[in-house]
Design a protein around this ligand. Structure first.
Ligand code: ADP
Length: 346
């Protein structure tokens, strides 16, 4: 079993009153790509440093595969943990070429064949003799990942790997890095504050705030079924309403009417709840029960962001429309709701 288990980990840096991590628990199944997503300072990099062995936790256990590498009594140094690291700036050796960078420090008997294999995996064949200063940002990132993978690590850790790439390249590299990691079968942990990185690349997203986990789930869970206000607000955009749950009908009563519930968290009967209605959950329907006036209309190219004031209320809802919709500010529109985008929590 090559799972990664972080149990009850707490870390307070010297001189800080607040812990960077509080009783952090996470079980990562072998072969999955996990993103740690959260605002700056929430403790993401601290987890990476603790797993890598660059920092020591105050309490808790870290298990990589069958081996406990850190607990109250055990401390395995970074170089003995079998962890591959891809740094934010890639940290390539400028005086070594692609082949030498990728093979750096690898002493396996299969050295040459392994380096060739990894070069093929990351699509750098033909560039073995190039030096880093003659590589594009995307190519440098491939070298950094290849170097981390050469030793067949238990886990590869990536710290904000896309932050220095422009948007177009970022999109390509998300797909490419995911392919490479999946083909290699390696477990990966990413740190990012960018929700698009997390949603597009991961099997599981860990949303964090103030050193604690707010939610763990697939990208779809995190987006469509947020469990609390923090996740609803931090991941994507949403419409937040107050409501009262009608369990027997599977609905929630709100100022804009009774909505079908897709996901319910911390259900306390008919207690007052928060309702997150993602913009995609509203769709135009001439017979739909919700009628509103368009008060803001932004053409985005691939879609239109429209703000609708629901008739008879002060409630404004954000929605996305297809970009060929011919509406204008002041038009009345009819909507219905898709339950899959309605999440309810206390
Ligand atoms: P993130 O990666 O989510 O931005 P970090 O894990 O880097 O967050 O930091 C978590 C908290 O720990 C922050 O409050 C940060 O200021 C603090 N911190 C991180 N590294 C150190 C350090 N070496 N010394 C003191 N405080 C630190």
């Amino acid at each position: 079993m090559q799972d990664i288990i972080i149990h009850n980990m707490t870390k307070t840096y010297p001189g800080n009153s607040e812990p960077a991590l509080k009783n952090f628990n996470l079980h990562i199944q072998a072969g999955t790509i996990v993103s740690l997503l959260g605002p700056s300072g929430c403790g993401k990099s601290t987890i990476l440093r603790l797993v890598a062995g660059f920092e020591r936790a105050d309490t808790g256990t870290i298990q990589l595969g069958d081996t406990v590498v850190s607990d109250r009594h055990i401390w395995t140094p970074a170089e003995k943990r079998g962890v591959g690291m891809v740094f934010q700036d890639y940290a390539l050796f400028p005086h070594l070429n692609v082949y030498q960078n990728i093979g750096f420090g690898y002493k396996g008997t299969d050295c040459h064949s392994r380096i060739q294999e990894v070069i093929e995996l990351v699509n750098l064949k033909g560039l073995e003799n190039r030096f880093p200063n003659a590589l594009s940002g995307g190519q440098q990132q491939r070298v950094a990942l290849a170097r981390a993978l050469t030793r067949r690590p238990v886990v590869v850790l990536m710290d904000e790997p896309f932050s220095s790439l422009d948007e177009e390249l970022r999109m390509q590299m998300r797909i490419e890095i995911k392919r490479i990691i999946k083909e290699s079968g390696t477990t990966a942990i990413f740190v990012t504050h960018d929700q698009k990185d997390a949603i597009t690349i991961s099997d599981q997203v860990v949303v964090m705030d103030h050193g604690m986990i707010q939610q763990v789930g697939s990208p779809r869970d995190i987006y469509q079924s947020p469990e609390n206000l923090f996740v609803a607000n931090f991941v994507g955009r949403t419409n937040l309403l107050r409501g009262v749950v009608h369990r027997e009908r599977g609905t929630v009563e709100t100022v804009i009417g009774e909505l079908p519930i897709g996901h319910i968290h911390h259900d306390h009967g008919e207690a007052k709840v928060h309702v997150s209605l993602r913009p995609e959950g509203l769709f135009l329907d001439p017979n739909g029960p919700i009628i509103g006036c368009i008060i803001n209309y932004t053409y985005m190219g691939s879609s239109i962001d429209a703000e609708i004031q629901v008739r008879g209320t002060d409630q404004i809802l954000l929605t996305h429309m297809h970009s060929d919709q011919p509406f204008q500010v002041g038009d009345l529109v009819h909507f219905d709701i898709m339950s899959g985008y309605v999440s309810v929590f206390t």
